[in-house]
Design a protein around this ligand. Sequence first.
Ligand code: SF4
Ligand code: SF4
Ligand code: FES
Length: 499
Amino acid sequence: MIKITINGKNYKVKEGLTILEASKQVGIEIPHFCYHPALESEGSCRMCLVEIKGVPKLQLACSTPIKDGMEIETENERVIEARKAVLEFLLAGHPLDCPICDKAGECKLQDYYYKFGLFEDRFEEEKPKRDKLFRIAPNLIYDQERCILCTRCVRFLREITKTGELGVLNRGKESLISIYEQELIENNYSGNLADICPVGAITDIDFRFKIRTWFLERKKSICPICSRGCNINIHFLSPSFPFKVEKRVFRITPEPNVKINGYWICNLGRYNYHYIDNDRILHPLKRNGELKQISWEEFYEDIGNKIKILIRRKKEEKIGVIVNLSLTNEEYETLEIFFNKCIPGTEIITFGKKSGKEDNFLLTEDRNANRKGAGKYRFKEKKIDILKFLNKKELVIFFGHEITEHCNIQLLSEALKDIKTKVLIASNKGPLINLVDYILPSTVIAEKEGSFTNSQGITQKFYRVLEPLGESRPEIEILTSLAQKSGIWRNFLMTRRAG
Ligand code: SF4
Ligand code: SF4
Ligand code: FES
């Protein structure tokens, strides 16, 4: 640790940091555009200038390392004047786009102008005219007029994805960011460019013009699309929004976690959020010829009685349970207590989503959020003859549609015809909907709390971000209520307490 002074106050900070990093650690904000904690420092925007005692010129906080005894001023008149000058220079070439810019509300140029600028406009010349709708990726639009040439985007593609699709072309006032020879950015992390662009120069087509950012709230969660468990922020419509809109979630962005995802997420995790609002099962349904809405109570009574009768007849092996690999650790624990401990004869098999392509960065081959956690409770995927498993069952409970990725749907449909009672517990509609007698809506990850253990073995807790849609309920709640009606309640409670 070394001693430094910032704005007259003494601090002890870790050696090796830059002035900007040390100031941040002690809670002092130094404005910056080009600095990003995950990228090599470039020192091009000059927004982070500070005064160091004994050094005649102002210095860049983002690239100057701290030294023992250093005395730094981040708020004096000279520094504030320099910041204003940088902002005036940047805004001279910047269009007056805020009212129609998607970044408004979270733009650093806008924020810093209000915080450190507020100068009288002296600009009388014509603003430069440039391309405003330049497609640089299938998912991204680049606005050359808004670009402040901080090169964060260029460095991200050079240092993080190592694909280098963007570069700075031309010199001086003609400089601009561009792709080479019209070759679009096609890598699986391109969505991060819209997040790291400090202004509205790179915007995301999926999000552009859908909603103003100040109508959104954000909460932390975990991405359930693969086994990496990237930390994310879910941006959802504020409950105080005055108009009725069906959509709740508008985008997903990364939440930094250096041990897991750094500052990034992949495009698959970023854009695959529509399942949260679309194609959801909203109410418990029962097929009696045709599908009819029922109450949760009716479901608990019906299936609880069936389980009770099978236990009384000592026919527990007639109960088949098919579990997926994206439930929470707490849900696996509850399943283990319910079926393995309270009804030991039950037959359980596990099926996850089929593997996908990994990309040697964050995205893993395993498209199941919690295979590691399931394994701890002995829910392991095994090669199994599904039709043989279903043979002679009287009650089958499916958690999710995953099984249909592993067998011929026609054969599955035939095998299910002979089974008296088939139950599906799932959040979204899918191929099993037409093959079962009871359909129960479960919550998606964003609507429940629990924990996942990722492919590295790290267990992460997450909390409810949204209210459950329709009548959907978390699996734990469904199992607990069902246990009360299945004649295993005492045993279930005692085992849970003992665990
Ligand atoms: S497009 Fe954005 S991130 Fe890239 S240089 Fe311009 S302002 Fe910076
Ligand atoms: S790498 Fe996996 S966990 Fe991370 S954002 Fe992509 S799909 Fe989600
Ligand atoms: S943040 Fe230091 S020069 Fe840009």
